[in-house]
Design a protein around this ligand. Structure first.
Ligand code: AMP
Ligand code: GLY
Length: 425
């Protein structure tokens, strides 16, 4: 098969690394990719939203399958554009990607399918939203209805915080039209976990789960990020509970999407809160998680490529994926200043030594290479360093041994990834 992965993060590096190992692969490309991905795929300098160029490239190179990583091109209709060009794409249509693109849509699907989730209301009028917040009291959660690069959510502990969120989202429109409406929700309490499935419209295949660490600082302090590290398996989410959550939160959502005439294909990500009343849905994402993808790909024993093709062809019901009985821990290294204003351009050394630690894989995200091969920081999240082992503690220790070998004074990471399972070191 001739395969094109779309994206340039550590998630896409992990997908490329996995697909590159498939005996079914003839050639792998990645658009636009990064210097780490360049070791396993040919990188082509096309942006993830340049649909006409992506489709033309796929046609010219007889691509059999496109595998999109990030949500932005999916929500903007990459799968539809590929379909119109006669190219198979393992992602949701623009209509199905609304599951991620709109908070209201997610909540409507959850309510229609009887999926447990936080109580919610939607407001298009800022004054009505403020009035509701004053009436309901805190804690309360305010969300921009549309996409906001993972930032449009405020978990407000005080009324002032909640009201300021309305000012910023609805009046100042800091996320543009994504703030034309807000969803205001009951605040859920518990441990968060990310649950993943591969879907072909009708059938969902469980890909497993991981626990992410969203705050930038140790002890879960500081602003939210795309994720600073994660681990799998999650002891607080044992296989029985994982399967029950899959049956309760994924299958009914797929059935509801079919009923609406917008079947969901591709990676489906359910963000859950493990509350005292059982798992509740926080959100869906129409894509794999990052860094969750990295740890799950390290645990995957089966060939991913035929499953991705089956997801496109509607034949996942014949599939079964096998997993290594190992633990994996991902530690994200970010550029100083992340998430507000990451510094670009600093030199990163020692990646070969880090990658040589037994059980370790180094995935690149925001990196760039000079002509002489020198690696520099070129984004917020820059590397995902993954350790594997027979236990979570072993996996974590391997990951941090590798982190210590990365010579990058301008980078930082959290020192406590896995703390809910392992305690603080
Ligand atoms: P979202 O973009 O919907 O995933 O929200 C980002 C983060 O906000 C989640 O990962 C949670 O940590 C938090 N969050 C969202 N909704 C709720 C809720 N109803 N209760 C508590 N925390 C929430
Ligand atoms: N790590 C969470 C996400 O991918 O959104």
């Amino acid at each position: 098969m001739r395969v094109l992965v779309v994206g340039s993060g550590a998630r896409e590096h992990a997908l490329c690394w996995t697909i590159a190992a498939s005996p079914l692969l003839e050639k792998l490309w990645c658009a636009p990719g990064n210097p780490g991905i360049a070791a396993v795929a040919e990188c082509v300098p096309i942006g993830v939203l340049d649909f006409s160029e992506l489709v033309a490239f796929a046609q010219d190179n007889q691509i059999d399958l496109v595998v999109p990583g990030p949500e932005a091109p999916l929500v903007a209709g990459l799968t539809d554009a590929m379909a119109a060009g006669g190219i198979a794409c393992c992602g949701p249509s623009m209509a199905a990607a609304q599951l991620e693109g709109s908070k209201t849509f997610t909540k409507e699907i959850a309510d229609a399918a009887g999926i447990p989730t936080a109580k919610w209301e939607r407001f298009e009028d800022a004054d009505a939203a403020r009035e509701f917040i004053r009436r309901r009291g805190v804690p309360i959660v305010v969300k921009a209805d549309g996409l906001a690069a993972g930032k449009g959510v405020v978990v407000a502990a005080t009324e002032d915080e909640a009201l300021s969120a309305i000012d910023a989202i609805m009046d100042a429109r800091i996320y543009g039209d994504s703030g034309a409406a807000v969803v205001i929700e009951e605040c859920l309490v518990g441990e968060e976990v990310s649950l993943f499935a591969l879907c072909d419209g009708e059938t969902a295949l469980l890909l497993g789960s991981a626990q992410d660490h969203k705050r930038v600082g140790d002890g879960d302090t500081g602003p939210n990020t795309g994720g600073m590290g994660c681990y799998s398996p999650v002891p607080a989410f044992p296989p029985g509970l994982e399967q029950a959550a899959f049956d309760r939160m994924i299958r009914p959502a797929l059935a509801e999407m079919v009923r609406r005439g917008t079947p969901f294909r591709g990676f489906l990500f359910a963000g859950l809160m493990l509350t005292d009343d059982g798992p509740k849905l926080i959100e869906y994402n129409a894509r794999f998680g990052d860094p969750e993808c990295e740890v799950l790909m390290l645990k995957l024993k089966s060939d991913l490529l035929p499953a991705l093709q089956a997801a496109c062809d509607g034949e996942l019901r014949y599939f079964d994926l096998r997993w290594n009985d190992t633990a994996a821990v991902a530690v994200v290294m970010a550029a100083r200043g992340y998430p507000e204003a990451p510094e670009r351009g600093s030199i990163i050394r020692g990646l070969d030594k880090a990658g040589a630690v037994p059980g370790v894989m180094v995935f690149h995200a925001g990196t760039m290479a000079d002509v002489d091969g020198t690696i520099r920081a070129a984004g917020g999240r820059v590397l995902t360093i993954c350790g594997t082992g027979t236990t979570l503690a072993e996996a974590r220790d391997a990951a941090y041994r590798a982190v210590a070998l990365v010579d990058w004074p301008e980078g930082f990471c959290r020192g406590d990834i896995g703390w809910r399972a392992l305690g603080r070191a």
